[in-house]
Design a protein around this ligand. Sequence first.
Ligand code: PEP
Ligand code: MN
Length: 344
Amino acid sequence: MVIIMNPDATTKNIEDVIAVIESTGLTAKVMEGVQQRIVGVIGDKTRLAACAIDAMPGVEQSVAISKSYKLVSREFHPHSSIIDVDGVRIGGDEFVVMAGPCAVESREQLLEAAEIAKQGGAQFLRGGAYKPRTSPYSFQGLEEEGLKYLAEAREKTGLRIVTEVTEVDAVDTVARYADLLQIGARNMQNFRLLKEVGRTEKPVLLKRGLAATLDEWLNAAEYILNEGNPNVIFCERGIRSYETYTRNTLDLSAVAAVKHLSHLPIIVDPSHGTGKWRLVKPMALAAVAAGADGLIMEMHPNPAKALSDGPQSLTPENYNDLMRDVKKLAKFMRDEGIHSIDLA
Ligand code: PEP
Ligand code: MN
């Protein structure tokens, strides 16, 4: 952090700033400019959080140089992390796919979807039992009954289960059934919920907020790591923009940016990212090419009858077609040694 002093700051003003910095155990270094003097702070600037330096006489402003997140950052942890979800490794050489319906609607629907997901080559079954719906009149999910169907599907297929937890009170229940806890876009900055999943032993899939900057997203992950849970996977799922043709604007540049900024894996959700099933396959392939570690996609045995997100759900045929080409592209890139992202 550097503290920029006003051009008319007095020597006493600068001495007072230095005294505050040194009282926290940090080191201050004064740099003389042509018109202004700057005080550099060396050490962990979080120690200054309680000292309102910007309000001190003679101070123009303080500017952070290093990032506010640490545990999540690649500076702190230079090697890419691989998150092991009950034997499925995310962030390594394997491209991981999570597929299934938006919502668990019934035992039959879920078991059928699980079988299709498995046959197509996914490693995870997705399905929401607690649904954060925009309208209170929309289907809200089967809650614990839905979790039981997910657990049954895991028994039958061997697929890992990823499902959303929307409230602090439901964390223990969801963690009992799920292999991977999903934090949805609407809860990305629900800090109590982030802390609560940070206290569990389950890996967390952290979706990007509807209008979150990368900095806000990385800081959200920092909440989870700071509670002692190092197993976080990011999920880019599109952000709000002025475009209305697509449901969201899928920001694939986030894949490369997050890989640069953080050691944690990142996967892509082209279903919520576009809102249209026709756009899911091209964006899924683009995500592979961009260097994503995996995909999460909505697939329904009969999208026309889906209780939520039918228009963006793949039919079993479209899912199989997508999986064939995604696997081919991922293998081609691996075999040819094509790395989208240079992690020097
Ligand atoms: C979901 O994956 O079911 C979901 C609700 O997604 P998002 O939080 O990205 O909107
Ligand atoms: Mn959905």
